[in-house]
Design a protein around this ligand. Structure first.
Ligand code: NAD
Length: 498
């Protein structure tokens, strides 16, 4: 397959016809050739988005019309579900089971949610606060939004970015990750067919440090929304400072799962296995550190080991495959680096810690469970982004809470207990944007998702995402008439007393 750049409602080749390859991480084979945008191509995409924003071809549609076109976009995507699922699985190595039953339908539901929610966007009619002016608040789109997406959920993250941005009247330049640009590019023609005007959604692929950086620095880009690594978030914040640009940053995570002594052990084991292995552990909310009460610690480890032994690694296109490869050789080496470092520091690798013997092609890594680690070690503090889980014991609730909160990240967490009050105390005290009680992972279109601390700021999903992509304007209308207003003397003329 070959893909160009989707700009102003048509496919373009890149300047100089430069292209790059996309690989299947399960086979290491090339599966597509994609146009690599130059700086001039990025400029062209921004120009088209700016023109589309300024002439109001999207922002001034009636809310109903805009929503109807987004609904139609969702319908058209859904009609092509099989193609999207296949390409998503091919480019990421994600099990087709996960894409079919989770990523894809959730993405479509997100888009439909934003289409509907955009119709109840409102400012507030307010009042005459100073007695002589009526105030009201307009909620307005921001302008051209640069949406920069990661490789772990290319279609879903693409949707989380373009859904609320378009629903609230902005125009978009979407930059997918270079490892996984295909399903984002596939959206272009369907957006056009759905009646989304040319220039409203532009999609360009290429290296983040070059074209992503150009988008961040571009004079005509009003907002940058990134989902990516915390390091990338820092780089973007630094660049955006020059133009005081609006940012929305969904960054890394290192989610704890805290298992109290009164937890339902089999359900905690099952839920944490699923929560840690989802998408081969390449999930910003994945359970990565488990803190288990000392009294049930060994039972938990043994039971989790048993579940890990049943995981089926293999061909992502096989509906029976539980987990696929990690995304690339570089990611494999990074994941293995953390495991081998922990081993050298004295950790116990309870299971896994290597490539599965039966799979000699593709970037496969065995589900790995590590114990006998210390809280300050890199494998406990840093985002590994692979099927690797560390388990530590704790003595009491206060110690569990302190260890769970003791990381730079603040995206997601879970608490496992049968005791409601204890669970509610943890829900209050865990320093994360998301807390699950007796589960780990589920999200819903209606509720916000976002981090604190070095996991970034701003929210995806829910009506709160629409707030990220809009701005408030206060309008004040004078009601009394007359030339000289009672307050004018403060600038021109004498005080009332004189
Ligand atoms: P990444 O930061 O390497 O890349 C993300 C995107 O940023 C890519 O499109 C990349 O090309 C671009 N980019 C890189 N450097 C850039 C720069 N200097 N300027 C502009 N753009 C630049 O992240 P990744 O490896 O693709 O994705 C994995 C990361 O994403 C993990 O840290 C994960 O936790 C995070 N993530 C977070 C969430 C969330 O909701 N918080 C969701 C999914 C993934």
């Amino acid at each position: 397959m070959e893909y160009g750049l989707w700009v102003n409602g048509e496919w373009l080749t890149s300047e100089g016809h430069k292209v790059f390859n996309v690989y299947n991480p399960a086979t290491e084979n090339i599966i597509a050739e994609v146009a690599e945008a130059s700086l001039a191509d990025v400029n062209q995409a921004v120009k088209s988005a700016k023109q589309a924003f300024q002439d109001g071809r999207w922002s001034r549609l009636s809310f109903g019309d805009r929503a109807a076109r987004l609904m139609r976009f969702a319908d058209l995507l859904e009609q092509k579900q099989d193609e999207f699922v296949r390409w998503e699985s091919l480019q990421t190595g994600k099990p087709v089971k996960l894409v079919t039953y989770s990523d894809f339908p959730f993405s479509i539901d997100n888009l439909r949610f934003f289409a509907g929610a955009s119709r109840v966007l409102e400012g507030h009619a307010t009042g005459e606060y100073d007695g002589s002016h009526t105030s009201w608040i307009r909620r307005e789109p921001i302008g051209v939004v640069a949406s920069i997406a990661p490789w772990n959920y290319p279609f879903l993250m693409g949707m989380w970015k373009i859904g609320p941005a378009l629903a609230s009247g902005n125009t978009v330049v979407l930059k997918p990750a270079s490892l996984t640009p295909i399903t984002a590019l596939m959206m272009g023609p369907l957006a056009k067919e759905a009646g989304i005007p040319d220039g409203v959604l532009n999609i360009v692929a290429g290296p983040g440090r070059v074209i992503g950086n150009e988008l961040v620095n571009h004079h005509d880009v009003a907002m940058v929304s990134l989902t990516g690594d915390t390091q990338t978030g820092r780089a973007i914040m630094a660049s955006a400072a020059a133009r005081v640009k609006r940012l929305h940053l969904e960054l890394g995570g290192k989610a704890p799962a805290v298992v109290l002594d009164d937890a339902d052990l089999p359900s905690a084991v099952q839920g944490i296995a699923v929560g840690s292995l989802v998408n081969t552990g390449q999930d910003c909310t994945a359970a990565t550190r488990v803190y288990v009460h000392r009294s049930i610690y060994r039972d938990f480890v043994e039971q989790l080991k048993s579940v890990f032994q049943t995981v089926r690694l293999g061909d992502p296109l096989d509906m029976h495959t539980d987990i696929g490869p990690v995304i690339s050789q570089a990611q494999w080496t990074k994941v293995d680096g953390y495991v081998q470092e922990a081993r050298k520091m004295g950790a116990e690798i309870e299971i896994g810690g290597t490539r599965p013997a039966s799979l000699n092609r593709g970037y496969y890594y065995e589900p790995t469970l590590i114990t006998s680690v210390e809280q300050h070690w890199p494998c406990v503090q840093e985002e590994i982004f692979g099927p690797v889980l560390v388990v530590l014991p704790f003595q009491d609730d206060a110690e569990a809470l302190a260890m769970a909160n003791d990381v730079d990240y603040g995206l997601a967490s879970s608490i496992w207990t049968r005791h409601l009050n204890r669970g509610l105390r943890f829900a209050r005290d865990l320093d994360f944007g998301e807390v699950w009680m007796n589960d780990h992972l589920p999200l819903t279109s209606e509720m916000p998702h976002g981090g604190i601390k070095q996991s970034g700021f701003g929210h995806d999903l829910s009506r709160y995402a629409l707030e990220e992509y809009t701005t408030l304007k206060h309008v004040m209308a004078e009601t009394e008439g007359g030339t000289v207003k009672p307050w004018h003397f403060t600038v021109l003329g004498d005080t009332p007393e004189s």
